[in-house]
Design a binder for this molecule. Sequence first.
Ligand code: URA
Length: 239
Amino acid sequence: MPSAKRFARIDQLIASLGYGSRRDVEGFIRQGRVQVAGISKFSSDVRIDPALISFDGEPLDHPNGILVLLNKPVGYVCSHNEEEGQTVYELLPERWRKREPKVVTVGRLDKDTSGLLLLTDQHDLVHRLTSPKHHVDKIYEADLDRPLSPEAIDIFKAGTLVLKGETKPCLPAHLEIISERKARITLQEGRYHQVRRMFSAIGNHVVVLQRVQFGHFDLAGVAEGQYKHLSIDSFTTQK
Ligand code: URA
């Protein structure tokens, strides 16, 4: 049994999960809305294993962290700023917007791009999954407005393509031509509007873009606008 010192105070813990301020949580404890298995009376500074705590009779909402896979629809922005439009956070439980550490996106998808988006409150994981050093594949399917020539495969593979306004070439990318105007592209980095800009650099234009895979995860079983929980260990145990 881990020492109680390793656990946060119950008021801090429940407040950090978005249930309310610490003062609110003190009130919830007084009202009996917070229960601890095996203990009938406790104060707001007690340190308890989160697995033993419930709120309104329900287990606490992911007290050990969140990692979800969202199938992002077109039209939602990867931002906490509601002035930028409908945000991806509106597709998740409202309580998560009050969690600390914040739930954030693992990289971004443009407003006009749909598909696989990971979100987490494990901020070290964000770096591990987005840094090219860790070689996590991100796979996109793009519909193009002009026919693709097979030379594009070698251009993307060469690792010499320089995007407009940049000096450092893109890392080698794998391009698979699915049909005349449809391609699948695999990247291990995530520069601003990268897929659209790569096709634009070879004189084409992306009209529809969807991310279909991130690492070993795909969209199977997750309808557009829906999300599913992933185990945080599913990435932390991988190189
Ligand atoms: N590349 C883009 O152009 N847009 C995205 O959303 C992701 C990758």
